[in-house]
Design a protein around this ligand. Structure first.
Ligand code: FES
Length: 160
């Protein structure tokens, strides 16, 4: 079935457009809007829809969607977990946190748990260096991570 925004999201789309000098400049926020409306991923149908609405080529929109790691090109799990691996977090033990997550969930970075609940990924600096190591879960930050605090977060996600 072809992708289309709901009436409510069409209003959000119009509001986004009103904040930018031209349609091309609104490509990233419109992709975020459409991704959210499509179970958190940018399918080819979403790419074509955005291209049509913004009067851009599908190749241009696909280029944007594949460049930025926050756009998913495959349907992710219900919850997305990004563990930062950049310098401050690395110095404060992110490698151990990454291994802990993989072991706890029984998957590797980039994978989704078999029940479809959690997609695990690494991230570059999340701008929470002062409270490293950090991870982002959906739209929420978790900082000063320890294996115990990570377990508490993952347990909640798995129970959801
Ligand atoms: S290095 Fe991890 S938040 Fe900046």
């Amino acid at each position: 079935m072809a992708f289309a925004l709901s009436d409510e999201r069409i209003k959000e789309f119009a509001e986004i457009l009103s904040r930018y000098p031209n349609k091309m400049a609104a490509c990233i926020p419109v992709l975020h809007l459409c991704q959210e409306a499509n179970d958190n991923w940018v399918s080819d149908e979403v790419t074509e829809y955005v291209a049509e609405k913004l009067e851009l080529s599908a190749a241009h929109v696909k280029g944007v969607a594949t460049f930025y790691s926050l756009f998913n090109r495959e349907k992710p799990g219900k919850h997305q977990v990004w563990v930062c691996r950049t310098l401050s977090c690395a110095l404060r033990g992110s490698e151990g946190i990454i291994s802990h997550c993989e072991k706890r969930l029984g998957i590797k970075m980039g994978d989704t748990t078999p029940d479809g609940k959690i997609t695990l990924r690494t991230a570059e600096c999340l701008a929470a260096c002062g409270t490293a190591p950090a991870m982002q879960v959906n739209k929420e930050y978790h900082e000063n991570l320890t294996p115990e605090s990570v377990d508490a977060v993952l347990d909640k996600l798995l129970a959801d």
